[in-house]
Each structure stands twice: as structure tokens, then as C-alpha cells.
Design a protein around this ligand. Structure first.
Ligand code: GUN
Length: 293
């Protein structure tokens, strides 16, 4: 068996075309969607994510305003920038790139973003609404994964999905969305994490494995069953002197050996990543649309 490649880049391009058209319509009505991005410090991976988000905004016709702050910025300085974006009429979505250099202030910073501009879906109001199945901004990576599976013709309803990782950004919200009685959910979900003694015992039983661990190739081919669907959320930089940038990107899964065993798999890069950015555009468009009532 050679696995179906779940081409996030292609699905994202389709969705972005739709978003671009709707952005044009809205802009003609006098509301150009706008995203404000706060980047604190100069972590190379964060810089590269933020550039990709800005490029995607530009291509879709969405205004993007970047606020770069030094790593030494105080909590008060960051909160002041969030407050300014909360008040800005031309900004409909706000994103504070994580991790912040001082991770102890992340919760307070995220909670300062107005829930109606929280296009990352990280504010407790949006998290709570999502949990209850009420309309909310859904976090971009989980939401992107649901759309990628749907548009690739993979139904999760009735399947056993094992999510490896319980982060607030990916694992936990994804497990919640997958288990909801909804068009994109209705799966039976198991969450594995660092407290799970034998993760392979669970992943080997899974119809769908979602790896959101953040460590290179820790989910090996012998940990998944024949014909499973693999969603690899990991984007890990591995040193590689043969590459111009000195590193290559690998996922949390052993991609090559899995190709012959599983029925479908997301590549890294080009799988989940482009979908995450697309859902950010989607939420920003939605927020701008809401201002029209
Ligand atoms: N860092 C890693 N993923 C994300 C994300 O989806 N949003 C933000 N704001 N920061 C991140």
C-alpha cells in the first residue's frame, strides 16, 4: 500500500481562494478585514511563522499589521499593544505569537485580547463556547485538521482517533472537537500524553493517529496499524549540514517508513501547517463580517 498524501497545501490553496473572493466582497462594502500580529523576541521559528501568516494575509487581500517587540519587553508594554489593537477599528483579529519569551505572562496576555477579536480561539470565552458546542472562533490548527480530513474525503465519524499531546493549542481542543456530535466530529477519542506509560499500545489500536508532540519522529511506523490515517502536526527543525539553511523540517512521525503501511498521511511540511494559517484568515474574515451585523 502506498499512502494517500493529505495535501494541506492544495486544500489550503482552494480555501484561500474562497476567502480571497469573500474578502473582496467585504472590502467593496467598506470593511477590509484586518489582522494585528504581535511578535515578541526573535525566535527564528516564530519569525518564520509570522512571515508566513503575513504573506498569506497579503495574498488574500487582508490587511496585516505587525508589531515587533524586543524580547526584553515588559508585560505592561505588551498589554498596551494588545489594548491598542483591541481599540483599532480597522483590526478585526489579533494574534500574539506564542511562545512568549516569558511564558509565565502568556495567560494574562491572551486574556486581554477581546474575545470578539480572538481569531486564535485561545481566550477562555472562546474555549468555553467551543466546549459547549456554541458558535466560537475555533483554534486554527484543530479546525484546519478537521477541514483537511473532510476535504480529503476522510470521515472520522465512528472511528477511533488517538490524539498524542494535550496542549491547549492543539491536542486538547482537537480531542474536544472530534468527540462533539457534529458534522466534522462524532469520533471516539483517546488522548495520550507524557503521563501515558505505553503510547504505542493506544496508537496501534487507532484508525486515526494525530501526533502533536513536538519531538522529531517519535511516533514510529511500528506504533501504528496497517491502513491507519496519520495526521502529523509536528514541525521540528533537525540539523542538516547538506541543506542551505543548515536544517530540515521533520514531523513527529516517521514519514518514510509509514508511507508503505498507512492509508493516508500528512507530509511535513505541506500538510497541517498551511491549513493552520488558512483558518486564521477564515476567522479574521468572519470577525470582519460580524461587524456588519
Ligand atoms: N505558536 C504555535 N502555534 C501558534 C498558533 O496557532 N497561534 C499563536 N498565536 N502562536 C502559535
Amino acid at each position: 500500500m502506498t499512502a494517500q498524501r493529505l495535501d494541506g497545501k492544495a486544500v489550503a490553496a482552494e480555501l484561500r481562494q474562497e476567502i480571497k473572493q469573500e474578502t473582496e466582497v467585504l472590502t467593496q462594502k467598506g470593511v477590509r478585514p484586518g489582522l494585528g500580529v504581535i511578535l515578541v523576541g526573535d525566535d527564528p521559528a516564530s519569525r518564520s511563522y509570522v512571515s508566513a501568516k503575513e504573506r498569506a494575509c497579503e495574498e488574500a487581500g487582508i490587511l496585516s499589521r505587525e508589531i515587533k517587540m524586543p524580547a526584553s519587553s515588559t508585560k505592561e508594554e505588551i498589554l498596551a499593544k494588545v489594548a491598542a489593537l483591541n481599540a483599532a477599528e480597522d483590526i478585526h483579529g489579533i494574534l500574539v505569537q506564542l511562545p512568549l519569551p516569558d511564558s509565565s505572562i502568556e495567560e494574562e496576555v491572551l486574556q486581554t485580547i477581546l474575545p470578539e477579536k480572538d481569531v486564535d480561539g485561545f481566550h477562555p470565552v472562546n474555549v468555553g463556547r467551543m466546549m459547549l458546542g456554541l458558535p466560537a472562533y475555533l483554534p486554527c490548527t484543530p479546525h484546519g485538521i478537521l477541514h483537511l480530513l473532510k476535504r480529503s474525503g476522510i470521515e472520522v465519524k465512528g472511528k477511533h482517533v488517538v490524539v498524542v499531546g494535550r496542549s491547549n493549542i492543539v491536542g486538547r481542543p482537537l480531542a474536544n472537537l472530534l468527540s462533539q456530535k457534529s458534522d466534522l466530529g462524532n469520533a471516539t477519542v483517546t488522548v495520550c500524553h507524557t503521563g501515558t506509560p505505553d503510547i504505542g499500545a493506544f496508537t496501534r489500536e487507532a484508525d486515526v493517529v494525530v501526533a502533536a508532540v513536538g519531538r522529531p519522529e517519535v511516533i514510529t511506523a511500528d506504533m501504528v496499524k496497517e491502513g491507519a490515517v496519520i495526521v502529523d502536526v509536528g514541525v521540528n527543525r533537525v540539523e542538516d549540514a547538506s541543506r542551505p539553511r543548515g536544517f530540515r523540517l521533520v514531523g513527529d512521525c516517521e514519514y518514510g517508513p509509514m508511507l508503505e503501511k498507512v492509508s493516508a498521511i500528512t507530509p511535513v511540511p505541506g500538510g497541517v501547517g498551511p491549513m493552520t494559517i488558512t483558518m486564521l484568515l477564515y476567522n479574521t474574515l468572519e470577525s470582519a463580517r460580524r461587524t456588519l451585523g
